[in-house]
Design a binder for this molecule. Structure first.
Ligand SMILES: [Zn+2]
Length: 290
């Protein structure tokens, strides 16, 4: 009974308000959590910033994903990406905050996910590239990629906003439903930047190259680990100019634009991941994660 009344008092002490910058803020006497943006569309990223006056451990799950909080200056930060197929809803969750003495409190919070209509487009692959859209090619490649995309380095390597990795117009935005040869259908998991063959491809931010290799569907590919579950991938390159295991800086030349793999013309396909969820790269460019 005593425990139950304590819990009720604690819940009353947590207040929620909307901050001036559009985030959702939860506060107790000791802790503070800001979730931004206030509402998130499918395919976009959410940032959770947590403040505690002392060292704590924060655990929880939100929108079906385990939250991973990392130290971020005087805060803790967790990033999550919302899958394009997520059902629009208000997702309530609880953070468990445990201090050094082992005392825990629960902080209730919520993430509001909004839907979005994605455009769809039909693409016809030329005869020579048709077999690239078959499961025989797609499935093993997806498995191989997953080994890299699930990388979770505890340290943070990137700083500031990401830069656009190639010059040129965006020929396909994130999320478009691509229908290949009337059969295969998927949400475009990055952006396409149209550029001439051989144009420079630059690292979006600091990090370590974890894959620099040829893949049948994605063509010549570079994947950079930016730390704490953030990664960026560069597909269809003409040439790869980065070595696996090497460190690269923001703006460093890592390859050249091409059309290797399942591409109908020269372009750079750029995907950005948060804990293996491909999110709209615009979140990385606009500094929404900072
Ligand atoms: Zn693409």
């Amino acid at each position: 009974m005593f425990k139950r009344s304590c819990l009720i008092i604690l819940l009353i002490l947590i207040s929620c308000r909307v901050s001036a910058h559009g985030g959702r803020v939860y506060e107790t006497d000791d802790y503070w959590l800001k979730i931004s943006p206030r509402s998130v569309r499918v395919g976009e990223a959410v940032r959770l910033l947590f403040y505690s006056p002392r060292e704590v451990k924060i655990t929880g799950m939100a929108v079906g994903q385990t939250l991973r909080f990392y130290r971020y200056g005087k805060y803790y930060r967790a990033l999550i990406g919302i899958y394009p197929k997520t059902k629009p809803d208000t997702y309530k969750f609880n953070l468990k905050i445990t201090d050094a003495r082992g005392k825990s409190v629960m902080m209730p919070a919520a993430i509001e996910v909004l839907g979005r209509e994605f455009a769809s487009t039909s693409i016809t692959l030329p005869a020579g590239k048709k077999e690239l859209s078959s499961d025989k090619k797609l499935v093993p490649e997806r498995k191989k990629l997953a080994d890299y995309i699930n990388t979770e380095s505890a340290r943070l390597f990137w700083r500031g906003r990401f830069i656009r990795p190639a010059r040129g117009r965006i020929s396909q935005v994130y999320g478009v439903r691509n229908i290949i040869n009337g059969e295969l259908s998927y949400h475009h998991n990055g952006i396409d930047i149209a550029a001439p063959e051989g144009a420079p491809v630059l690292a979006g931010n600091d990090g370590r190259v974890i894959l620099a290799s040829y893949l049948a569907v994605r063509g010549k590919t570079v994947i950079i680990d930016h730390g704490q579950g953030t990664l960026s991938a560069y597909f269809h390159l003409q040439v790869i100019l980065a070595k696996p295991g090497s460190w690269v800086s923001k703006g460093e030349l890592i390859g050249r634009v091409g059309q290797t793999g399942m591409a109908t013309g020269p372009h750079l396909h750029w995907t950005t991941y948060i804990h293996s969820v491909p999110v709209n790269p615009v979140n990385f460019l606009a500094g929404n994660l900072l």
